[in-house]
Design a protein around this ligand. Structure first.
Ligand SMILES: [Cu+2]
Length: 308
């Protein structure tokens, strides 16, 4: 598991950003050292005790040229590095989107164009293959940032933007929404699962399947509650009459590791807690407390756990 860090690059894109960060930090460090060094030297060397008053001198051409030319050269070289970095960190060549992420208050919708796959908050990608991500927003401005994999990208309502992201090695890379978007902004976490190409293909095949509707036991009652109660107004489960689009697609909910954009781990107990009182965990979120009975919650959990 890689917590977000610019200093732990895992793609060519992230490496280029890392290099620029290091070079600029060193250059700026040298400038800070020279300036504070000179000021300290002057403070000590020309203390008032020894020098009753400064001798003023005007118009030293050499010094003026020096203090204009040096910073200019420094800034020009940083500008040059940055121009180069813009292409290295996010090449201009665009292809068809592999993945489209839509920012919602306060979760991420994840679509795989050309397949039926729609999921939420957890992105799966094949390791070692650059991915063209499309970025959109459903309500307000969000920002998708997984520092290990590449640059950050604002999601602006009404615009479609593209960004290259990749992971060199398999692993779990964490990210978060990086543009304040409302009350639960802090609980808009991202998990990217970079998998070996074989594992990724397996995941894709599993996600494309439509889970069967249970016909016996608590799960069957849960399935009935889900489609007859308000859940279906907001959530989609493929293969059922639930086609709501306000909340995350739950077709393969049980295959995810977390709930509600990283707020809770996805296990039966936490799933029950969430369904019973979502606003206890994310007070500003748009899933209401529906006043369910313990029995309804139990049946709904039994059903949702079948959605592997
Ligand atoms: Cu956000």
């Amino acid at each position: 598991m890689h917590p977000p860090s610019v200093f732990d690059p895992h793609s060519a894109y992230a490496w280029s950003i890392y290099h620029l960060t290091v070079v600029v930090t060193i250059l700026m460090g040298v400038v800070v050292l020279i300036v504070t060094g000179l000021v300290t030297y002057v403070c000590i060397r020309f203390r008032e005790r020894k020098h009753p008053g400064p001798r003023l001198s005007y118009g030293n051409r050499k010094v003026e040229i020096l203090y204009t030319a040096l910073p200019l050269m420094l800034l020009a070289s940083i500008f040059g590095l940055m121009i180069r970095n813009m292409d290295a960190s996010d090449p201009i060549q665009r292809t068809r989107d592999n993945i489209v992420v839509v920012g919602h208050q306060f979760w991420w919708e994840i679509r795989y164009p050309g397949t039926g796959i729609v999921t939420a908050n957890e992105v799966h990608i094949p390791a070692g293959k650059p991915q063209m991500f499309g970025m959109e927003a459903a309500d307000v401005i969000h920002d998708f940032w997984v520092p290990q994999l590449g640059r950050k990208m604002d999601m602006v309502p009404g615009y479609h933007r593209d960004v290259w992201l990749a992971a060199n090695e398999p692993g779990i890379y964490l990210g978060r929404c990086s543009e304040y978007c409302g009350k639960e902004h802090a609980w808009m976490r991202i998990r990217v699962f970079a998998q070996t190409p074989a594992n990724f293909a397996q995941w894709e095949a599993d996600q494309e399947k439509i889970p069967p509707i249970p016909t016996t036991g608590d799960a069957a009652d849960g399935a009935r509650y889900f489609t007859t109660m308000t859940c279906a107004n907001c959530h989609t489960i493929r293969g059922t009459s639930a086609q709501g689009e306000i909340g995350p697609d739950l077709t393969h909910l049980a295959s995810r590791t977390t709930l509600a954009a990283g707020r809770l781990p996805n296990d039966p107990a936490d799933l029950a807690n969430w369904i019973k009182d979502p606003t206890k965990y994310k007070p500003g979120c748009f899933m209401p407390d529906l006043g369910l009975t313990d029995e309804q919650v139990r049946d709904l959990v039994a059903y949702l756990e079948t959605l592997r």
